[in-house]
Design a protein around this ligand. Structure first.
Ligand SMILES: [Zn+2]
Length: 857
């Protein structure tokens, strides 16, 4: 007999058998009877279960929607897993020692049985509505955000009043009486996505990082089993939120509440799909159960004022506050949002209230997280709100984040040739294949005209935000790939046939398989070196066009395999924040100049010889030094010059004796006047970089003393101060005598200072001043004084509820552009928060932020 879905009676019988076999581990109770008189069974599982209520607890609810059988099935399997393995698996043993699991395998037994026996697509409970219709959507019948609806035949009929149903009353009563519940997971199908709870506004919440990180860490365990990544998506409040759901009721009681949508069908192939869903969710559930104690009263307090102190191109310092001395701190770092915070991302463990991270990449986004950990019990605290940082660019780098114009981004579908032109600049990209649309491609053109045609591309990455609705069905099937296409073969990007037949130039990044294309988490296509060259080629057209393609054939029996990506435009677009983008980091070719020798001397114990350059050892084994100086005034404006390479070029005219090991190096000197002993006794030594040995001198005539990074900066400093660059060539050796190297002085071979530089602003413009907020048309309007400077490109405005943003990327982006005002669109006027405004130039260098704290009345 093949394994099939259990009936409600079977799972009740299973629970009773468990109580008999493991009386110290599990108790069961009926928390209420349904309309049809079935008991709603809840199991309590904990080590020494009699004390369960004294421990922090996770509440599991399954199958509140009748047809979503995974909740019921997973519950039974999870219980079985815990009870059968607790004494052999120390992780289960420890988790059940410290935490309690309350589990309702099926919160809607009447509906579930109706779905099993009569109509598999049934969703509601079995209330007799008295008008010939049956059922209330239990997940619209809770109190928070409850909306009264009157269409009793609707699948989302919310019932006559909040908590009108015995099922919702039962779970409400249980939750109200169990203040030890800290986490609630409500299992539904379908979509392979986590939906954390909401407070019905667009502002970040103090538990926001907790919610996302719990999902991300559960995802880590799911990925280990099946390689799948679930989406993590809080939707687009407030219009897109469901009303009267259990999740929001639990959240309103201070519980970390999440809906988990499992699988790709309500009632999938048991052996192939359901068992996979069950297997991948069990370790994730065990992890979540262990997290219950992190949100209990006995857990350490959340870290406060977690913020950036300072940052550069390669490092950053973050700091925080915490009153408790019995804790240490764990710091996690990720390169993408909503990634796991665990051993895989742990970068610091410290008792300090600060952390310095080094070896960062320039111009790169980082996400930092922190938890306090009790030194004795090892219990974690909740998370402080995460900190976001983009490191500065290196001195020779420029960057651009380019969004497509609304008219240049959309999708073209095979079966809607007339409608395709309307798919541009509104709402979303639908990419893949379906019976209704046929094959459907995303197309986007990015304007590259702000990048010089001769730029050298160092990094390129395209980002898109998948955002399926719950109704979208994406099976584990197919890949989504991004290809540069030849624009000349696609004169009209709104024409399906042209896009379909477009000449491919190169696919970029990795194709992303369906199970890793996760809604609510940015998808990135990163270019390798060869792909960067292809992007570079497109600079000459001043634009680049990409085609996004998914699978082109359907899995057997399915009618759609379409992934939806947010466009940011249109009434259902998520706004600026979710727009597709290409991020390009580049440099430009350098200009090479040769600065002629200004002065040269040879400094010997017997005196100084001008207009002559030599160095080495005299017959008394005393050092002879060469001196040379260069005039830097012919270089362009020092504030706009970055020296990328520098070296001194010298010609040796002497014969080098074999078997002597002398090394020559060059160092900077600041001396105005000097004698032989001044040079000889000098203590401060600043070599410019690389030395030349006598063996090398013997092999060839022309020699390069190449500057290291420090010396290049020193050279820029000299230029800025209007000083000459002066150097001493110094020999070093053990016991050598009578060995002099003469350096050529005739014009062609005379010493030169070779410099390669690029023109690039080094320093940011001043920060804006006179920041103000006021309320205009029920929105917060932020204004500031214009910065008058021809190099100004614009202002970057960011919002953060928790701390003053030190970095333009540390919070929600509100605006980037030349205006000196913006609105806090979607934001609430009733919450305290910080706004920061930064100026930027064409590099861009960002100024320090001007910050204003907004206080709600
Ligand atoms: Zn559901």
């Amino acid at each position: 007999m093949k394994q099939q879905y259990k009936s409600y009676d079977e799972s009740c019988a299973f629970l009773e058998a468990c109580v008999e076999k493991y009386p110290d581990l599990i108790t069961i109770e009926n928390i209420g009877n349904t309309w049809e008189g079935r008991p709603i069974m809840l199991a309590t599982i904990s080590l020494h279960v009699a004390y369960a209520k004294l421990k922090p607890a996770l509440l599991y609810t399954g199958t509140i929607h009748a047809r979503e059988w995974i909740g019921h099935e997973l519950a039974v399997e999870f219980i079985d897993y815990l009870l059968s393995n607790y004494d052999s698996n120390p992780e289960i043993f420890e988790t059940l020692t410290e935490n309690t699991l309350y589990i309702v395998p099926c919160l809607n037994p009447d509906g579930f049985e109706y779905s099993r026996k009569h109509f598999s697509f049934w969703r509601k409970n079995r209330r007799n509505n008295g008008d010939g219709t049956f059922g209330v959507d239990l997940n619209r019948n809770f109190e928070v955000g409850y909306k009264r609806t009157t269409n009793t035949s609707s699948n989302v009929y919310s019932g006559p009043h909040p908590f009108s149903e015995p099922e919702t009353q039962a779970i409400k009563k249980f939750v109200d009486e169990h203040s030890n519940i800290t986490i609630a997971l409500d299992y539904h199908s379908q979509g392979n996505v986590f939906f954390p709870a909401h407070k019905f506004n667009h502002e970040s919440e103090i538990e926001g990082t907790d919610l996302n990180s719990l999902c991300a860490n559960m995802n880590y365990h799911i990925h280990k089993v099946t390689g799948r990544h679930y989406g993590i998506n809080r939707g687009k409040p407030p219009t897109k939120l469901i009303s009267g759901s259990g999740r929001e009721y639990y959240y309103s009681k201070g519980i970390i509440a999440i809906v988990v949508e499992v699988g790709t069908r309500n009632i999938p192939d048991y052996i192939q799909n359901m068992s996979e869903s069950v297997n991948e969710n069990i370790p994730a559930l065990l992890y979540a159960l262990g997290e219950s104690k992190s949100y209990s009263k006995s857990a350490p307090k959340r870290v406060e004022d977690f913020h950036i102190v300072s940052f550069s191109a390669n490092s950053c310092e973050i700091a925080w506050e915490h009153e408790d001395n019995n804790v240490y701190f764990e710091i996690y770092k990720n390169l993408n949002n909503k990634m796991a915070c665990n051993q895989s991302s742990l970068v610091g463990v410290t008792c300090n209230k600060y952390f310095i991270d080094e070896n960062l990449e320039s111009g790169t986004m980082y996400f930092y997280y922190i938890r306090a950990v009790d030194k004795l019990t090892k219990t974690f605290s909740p998370y402080a709100p995460k900190v976001k940082l983009k490191t500065l660019l290196s001195e020779n780098e420029f960057s651009r984040t380019i969004f497509p114009h609304a008219s240049d981004v959309g999708y073209v579908a095979e079966k809607s040739p007339e409608a395709n032109h309307k798919h541009f600049g509104v709402n979303s990209l639908k990419v893949g294949v379906s019976e209704a649309l046929g094959i459907s491609y995303g197309v986007m053109t990015f304007d590259l005209s702000t990048i010089p045609k001769n730029a050298i591309i160092l990094d390129a990455k395209v980002s898109l935000y998948p955002l399926n609705r719950v109704s979208a069905k994406v099976e584990k099937y197919g890949e989504w790939s991004l290809t540069i296409i030849d624009q000349e073969t696609v004169p009209n990007i709104r024409d399906f046939d042209q896009v379909h037949n477009a000449k491919r130039i190169k696919s970029i990044g990795m194709s992303i398989p369906s199970e890793k294309l996760t809604q609510g988490i940015w998808s990135h296509w990163d270019c390798n070196e060869f792909e960067r060259q292809m992007v570079q080629e497109e600079l000459k057209h001043e634009k680049i066009t990409f085609k996004l393609a998914g699978p082109t054939t359907l899995p057997v029996g399915r009618d759609s395999q379409i992934m939806v990506f947010d466009l940011g435009y249109g009434n259902q677009g998520g706004g600026l924040h979710y727009r597709p983008s290409i991020d390009i980091k580049y440099t430009i070719p350098s200009t090479k100049v040769a600065l002629p020798l200004e002065n040269s001397m040879t400094i010997t114990p017997d005196g100084i010889i001008t207009e002559y350059l030599a160095c080495g050892f005299n017959e008394n084994d005393e050092k002879i030094f060469g001196y040379l100086s260069f005039d830097l005034s012919s270089l362009p404006d020092p504030d706009e010059v970055v020296i990328t390479d520098a070296w001194i070029e010298l010609y040796n005219t002497s014969t080098v004796k074999k078997k002597v090991d002398i090394r020559y190096n060059v160092e900077f000197v600041d001396l105005e006047e000097f004698s032989y002993s001044d040079i000889k006794e000098r203590e401060r030594i600043e070599f410019i970089g690389y030395e030349v040995s006598s063996a090398q001198l013997g092999k060839k005539r022309k020699h390069h003393f190449i500057f290291d990074q420090y010396s290049k900066l020193a050279l820029e400093e000299k230029q800025k101060n209007g000083e000459e660059a002066k150097f001493i060539i110094k020999p070093t050796s053990v016991l050598t005598r009578d060995h002099i190297i003469n350096w050529a002085s005739e014009k062609k071979h005379a010493a030169k200072l070779m410099i390669k530089y690029i023109k690039r602003r080094k320093f940011p413009l001043p920060a804006p001043v006179n920041l103000k907020t006021n309320i205009v048309n029920k929105l917060i309007k932020i204004t500031w004084d214009k910065v008058e400077d021809e190099d100004l490109i614009g202002y970057y405005v960011v919002r953060n509820r928790w701390h003053a943003p030190k970095n333009p990327f540390d919070g929600v982006k509100l605006y980037a552009g030349p205006d000196n005002y913006t609105y806090d669109n979607f934001g609430s006027t009733k919450m305290d928060k910080y706004f920061a405004v930064f100026t930027y130039d064409n590099v861009p260098n960002y100024s320090l932020g001007s910050v204003i704290e907004y206080k709600a009345k």
